[in-house]
Design a protein around this ligand. Structure first.
Ligand code: SAM
Ligand code: SF4
Length: 331
């Protein structure tokens, strides 16, 4: 049967869903969570693996073939490899990816690779232990690096991306060490601009260290050459001109990529979000638990996606930060 694609009211075809499997986290990154954590969702509020599988199945049936598991910290959800294996078996799921802080990767890398996850992003904001501690409020860099190594031992897990949030006053000193890391290790390091999704509401436009600024620091040492952008890619990728590795720049604030956005998000409590910065969301959990049919679920999703926001308004006067923080949305 031909797939009727999932499209929004601006003509964009949706192909990618980020699935948050938990709002909980074992880190407290300054740009995401408050030091004391957040009130966690109750167990019963969180979608079961079977409910997630059902939603992913309905989405995949509309051509949403790229699925990324995230959170909170996805690896704190018990039995995550079992969910990964369930989703891998869903017809229409093309690529299954995971974003993690890496703390539990040493324990789980083998099981996740075996379950069929084919893309991994590991978030690391500093390669210096004390500065990593300052940013994440956890003294965990050695553990995370061991996790990254455990993952890197699997050839099928490559290419592995390492994500660093770029914040003015912090990241400038990290740029050269990260560039060196990307040149020496088999990872693509990506710098992500700081977005107004932090629980502490410390974000200001000035705190955004732009991708261009980071790139200028790198180019003061090593020339870079841009690689043609893939469709729907959020990152601009550059390779080192001398052939030693590459770097990515995800610039949602200074160079919004909304016009080409093909993604939606499912929160751990079963809300569909059509933009990171959405102020409204659509409850899928209630109809799911009320026994709705796949056709009914499809219609609810199509209706929500039709109203997907044209663009984010971070750079406009009157921008309103969503109530949910990044950890409760699923980045
Ligand atoms: N806990 C996992 C992790 O840290 O990789 C997955 C969830 S985390 C919310 C997903 C990504 O969002 C991470 O790479 C994190 O650095 C990024 N992130 C969190 N808050 C952010 C913010 N305010 N601006 C930009 N990126 C942010
Ligand atoms: Fe946790 Fe990831 Fe948020 Fe850091 S960015 S607090 S690791 S959810």
């Amino acid at each position: 049967m031909a797939i009727e694609p999932l499209v929004d009211g601006h003509g964009r075809r949706i192909g990618d869903v980020r699935v948050s499997v938990t709002d909980r986290c074992n880190f407290r990154c300054q740009y995401c969570m408050p030091a004391e954590g957040l009130p966690w969702l109750e167990r019963a509020e969180i979608l079961s693996f079977e409910e997630i599988e059902r939603v992913v199945g309905v989405l995949a049936g509309m051509g949403v073939g790229d699925v990324r598991l995230t959170g909170g910290e996805p690896l704190v959800r018990r039995d995550l490899p079992r969910l990964a294996a369930m989703l891998r078996a869903v017809p229409g799921v093309r690529e299954l990816a995971l974003t993690t802080n890496g703390y539990l990767l040493e324990r789980d890398a083998a099981a996740l690779v075996e379950a069929g996850i084919d893309r991994f992003n590991v978030s690391i904001d500093s390669l210096q232990r004390d500065r990593f501690f300052a940013m994440t409020r956890r003294d965990a860099l050695p553990q995370v690096l061991r996790g990254l190594e455990a993952l890197a031992a699997f050839p099928q897990a490559h290419p592995i991306k390492v994500n660093a949030v770029a914040i003015r006053g912090f990241t400038e000193d990290e740029v050269i060490p990260f560039a060196q890391f990307a040149r020496e290790q088999p990872y693509e390091v990506r710098f992500i601009e700081f977005m107004p999704l932090d629980a502490d509401h410390e974000w200001t436009p000035d705190a955004v260290l732009s991708g261009e600024e980071v790139r200028a620091i790198v180019e003061s040492r090593w020339p870079l050459v841009e690689v043609p952008r893939e469709a729907h890619a959020t990152a601009r990728v550059f390779r080192f001109a001398d052939g030693h590795g590459s770097l990515g720049f995800v610039n949602p604030v200074s160079e919004p990529f909304c016009a080409d956005c093909d993604r939606i998000r499912l929160t751990a409590d079963g809300r569909l979000r059509t933009c990171l910065f959405s102020l409204r969301e659509t409850d899928l959990r209630t109809p799911l638990r009320a026994g709705c049919s796949d056709e009914e679920l499809t219609e609810i999703v199509r209706d929500a996606v039709w109203r997907k926001e044209l663009k984010h308004r971070v750079n406009e006067p009157g921008f309103v930060q969503p109530e949910r923080t990044m950890s409760r949305i699923g980045g």
